[in-house]
Write a protein of this length. Sequence first.
Lengths: 347, 347, 347, 347
Amino acid sequence: MVSFKNDYSEGAHPRILDALFRSNFEQTEGYGGDPYSIKAAGQLKQWIGRNDIDIHFLTGGTQTNLIALSAFLRPHEAIIAPNTGHILVHETGAIEATGHKIISVEVSDGKLNSTHIETVLAMHTDEHMVKPKLVFISNPTEIGSIYTKEDLEQISRVCTMKNLFLYVDGARLGSALSSLENDVEITDLARLADAFYIGGTKNGALIGEALVICRDALKEDFRFHMKQKGALLAKGRLLGIQFLELFTDNLYFDLAKHANAMAALLKNAIADSGYSFLTHSPTNQIFPILPNWLITTLQEKYSFYIWSKIDDDHSVIRLVTSWATKEESIEAFIKDLKTVAEQRTDQ
Amino acid sequence: MVSFKNDYSEGAHPRILDALFRSNFEQTEGYGGDPYSIKAAGQLKQWIGRNDIDIHFLTGGTQTNLIALSAFLRPHEAIIAPNTGHILVHETGAIEATGHKIISVEVSDGKLNSTHIETVLAMHTDEHMVKPKLVFISNPTEIGSIYTKEDLEQISRVCTMKNLFLYVDGARLGSALSSLENDVEITDLARLADAFYIGGTKNGALIGEALVICRDALKEDFRFHMKQKGALLAKGRLLGIQFLELFTDNLYFDLAKHANAMAALLKNAIADSGYSFLTHSPTNQIFPILPNWLITTLQEKYSFYIWSKIDDDHSVIRLVTSWATKEESIEAFIKDLKTVAEQRTDQ
Amino acid sequence: MVSFKNDYSEGAHPRILDALFRSNFEQTEGYGGDPYSIKAAGQLKQWIGRNDIDIHFLTGGTQTNLIALSAFLRPHEAIIAPNTGHILVHETGAIEATGHKIISVEVSDGKLNSTHIETVLAMHTDEHMVKPKLVFISNPTEIGSIYTKEDLEQISRVCTMKNLFLYVDGARLGSALSSLENDVEITDLARLADAFYIGGTKNGALIGEALVICRDALKEDFRFHMKQKGALLAKGRLLGIQFLELFTDNLYFDLAKHANAMAALLKNAIADSGYSFLTHSPTNQIFPILPNWLITTLQEKYSFYIWSKIDDDHSVIRLVTSWATKEESIEAFIKDLKTVAEQRTDQ
Amino acid sequence: MVSFKNDYSEGAHPRILDALFRSNFEQTEGYGGDPYSIKAAGQLKQWIGRNDIDIHFLTGGTQTNLIALSAFLRPHEAIIAPNTGHILVHETGAIEATGHKIISVEVSDGKLNSTHIETVLAMHTDEHMVKPKLVFISNPTEIGSIYTKEDLEQISRVCTMKNLFLYVDGARLGSALSSLENDVEITDLARLADAFYIGGTKNGALIGEALVICRDALKEDFRFHMKQKGALLAKGRLLGIQFLELFTDNLYFDLAKHANAMAALLKNAIADSGYSFLTHSPTNQIFPILPNWLITTLQEKYSFYIWSKIDDDHSVIRLVTSWATKEESIEAFIKDLKTVAEQRTDQ
């Protein structure tokens, strides 16, 4: 059975495994003090075009979010996030477990805007309520949409004006930046956000995320927080080697482009068949609304998540593609979809 | 320069990398639901001889300690640990960061005993003090010594009597169990401890520890705690594949025996040269007390940690061997040690 | 200026101050071990009709909520509460600061029901989300409504079936139990809830809430949690003496009835004048919807909170009465309201 | 039976109760916004001779310590304290429960010095250990000794040099400042410490401590932390009224002087009888070392704590005097002590 359940079903891109092999017997410093991690950080800084930023390698998205946010905030400070935000939904209260409240904002397309932020601020006026201090967004969002440069400029403007931090969860950042509809450069992101992370796990790495801290005030002692939360790997090189390889010869973007292209094929075919989508997604996750009978039939040969119920007869499913998705799997899915749909029409 | 700084200077044992390669393109469930993790857990249960235990794979020792201890304890409950305990010294307050106090007991050989525990209990009598609830020990200890079966029986007895949990940090458990002086079987450990972990990172894995929970009351909902603390890897297979390989054909023990043998060679040579040790260590870490001039000379060709100062002229150094330590490196070190020592005697 | 801002604008009922005076020079044990606290607890148990409950005296509602909830829950367990719940709105993230997420349920009348609870449970299915474990309600609610016995029976039923704890915030419990519309006996509350508290601060005490723990599993070591959170008063007698007096000769209920009666006078007069209310409140807080011009005029002589905006011309205000509210203040307010309203009609 | 167990056995000084009575029916703002709290803060600022300090009223020592320390520190920062420190011994891990480690320093007289601090700093060098950031001392110490001005100057110097905060627990500050051996002015304390608190509960108040924050960087948003930890009393006036009275007409110091004088009488008589003391105490707590038979006899008429065991025949007891201690009780105790001692000598 072919899986469209997520973008972490396989191991790593072969070049990454090769890189681990090549370096295997070299003795290096532990805890990220190895030459690979150092070089990888330098390479990322060069790509981002800034020397005055800090790079830290971590093992997963929830870990990165919880360490960064708890390091950045004082105990009474809270986070503003769209209701679809990963930290609100699928991190088992990881942020609250560090003591911070997340203020949820109802959105329809996964995207927060400056009006949402101002509305929250207007309601939090004194010490009987938490103090909103950090804006959390994901790019792409958890439902596949992306922020435009103008979106980010507006959010950043209100953050600057109101003295809030802006943090971007980039679990699938490669997919956003490689999207055909994207107009955000990495330099824009580093200029507008106070911190963000570059996801590796969902774009070809075995494991690993690179946290980028842009604002000086947030950099101090960050490695203490990593160690305290159990995130400083003894063999930190495992992360450095992978990011070094991912950002050599454009591998990271080639992988993301492939994932996006595979999703676009699916999306176009589904639209051609007359179905609509939960939201507009130009990235590697799409959310078609399908009749339940079609879903049931497709499930016989493909695995994917049922995202939500629309009505008694229709549901949203999530189809995720990745660097490892084969074009032949996509073609097979499309063919099956069309065949099934036609048969039904016949009856 | 040859490093005796630690047992995580290299990558992984080649068989582990091979196993990652072989499985790379298989699509599996995420978060440890993959067949490798499931099989690895089953294999460990078989080795331990118990089906009624839970196995969880995590990425490092600090992470394992902090998640297990905070999951096991209620907010007012505290931990009793020897003052050398890793959680007291080198985990950046990770346990306290989860809200729990660690009661430190001064010991000389790294080992806690039942008298220590009873003394602590006698001093904690009411709600103005924390309630001691869990005994933390490491086997081998952080200074290389090991617990005998009788040691563990005694500790376990007082724990049972006083309703305390017994937790064993096994970052280097392979080295303890493979030590020539060891009389503890893994079945003893599982019978006497409520939970313990089997260290992979320091014995040939790229990354990974296997937490074993033996007491029923501590098992419930453990995966929630893992996710909440950022420890549930999307590609959980990375850990399962490694442990599966480590516990196939005795690899885990072969590696530990090699590390121990290399340390024994060093230890005997150093003792032959007339030097003494901080404590008796039959495992892969030894702590010779050397004159400072000798240390300085050795540092020209070998890297290692200076552990502590003895007097103005002598210090304790830590020499760590591993599965990857080459016998020729040991021979070279011994030869250099003897040469330098003789030269000095001549003068 | 007369204040209808809250029910804690004055000091304490004179009988309470007298009781403090009478006992002042007696030497007693500290930390609640004094004879007054012990006697007050016994008296409450008698009123509640149960000997198998634990009573603890604390200094305020937020303190009581945060200590009880964090003592009752394991780290990954969450709370279900209506969106108006005090813990969600006006406690500065006190619950999240202890590590627990609160799942907010949108309600219109301040009241949670069993369907709400089941809906939340249906959405929380695995370890990627928190585990709902405790239902938080307030009686009366933060907007003055009360739960009927049948309401509580239904909630309790789903809690029992789904293994959830039921906790009732009784900051104004006296007002609920004394309401003319109330059909809940204190014995019902103790039978249906696992824990609740009896508010003193808002019903005549200088300071103090009495937490009642009904479920055995939640009782153990509770005083440790109180001490750890800074709530064990050296002069614990301050709380015991007050509760002893409040529950002597029905004082607690006489005070609550007076507050309710004063609110009813206000409510009837406002309704007579043709205005409606945010919700139905048979307790000591009412929330009339008034035209803004009327609010502005009333603010010249009376202080109260503007609760929320309805439209450009109307707002909800909150009027709170208490044991100390004078009937002449109510009459004056009513007279002013009618005069102002008539003048406006004339124009 | 007369109690020398502590200085919080009685209620409040009558002038305090009178002040509560006088103000009882006045309607005031809640949460410390009342005129009494505001006036009391102003009065304290005047006494301290500084307008640029913040004053907050809290209900007890543990509460004050835990809120201040957790507000002042980032998650990885730790506290240095003498092993006798109240936060280390008798606060049920309240500080650790907020996530911070306390580094204990062994001292004999309850007092920390600059060498202790420098030794701790020398051992904490990287992110594998916590970062020491705040020095906690108590004046008087938990065993009755006091810091001289020179002591505080030295500690403050190392704190300034090493960028540490200095915090002084003043649960019995009145007794220290009123001691015949004291040379520390309140202005010295405010100059040398970054924050300290002025204890009310143990010097005549019903309840209450006044936290003084001197360093600008520690002031921001402090009321949020108070509310989040359940310390913002609805009837905040209860604290303001008491402090206003305590610092009117020198009441606070008169009470402390009385307590000290009573302790001095006890101390001199015990010394006259040939007994020695655990440490030198010029304040209201003394710790004589007595033969066990004498202790047993005294316990028939007086209650006090047995502090620690010296040998099989001798123990240290703690005798505490207060504003409420009657001179006749002291005389009776002394007479009984001498009588018993003589009888024994006769035999």
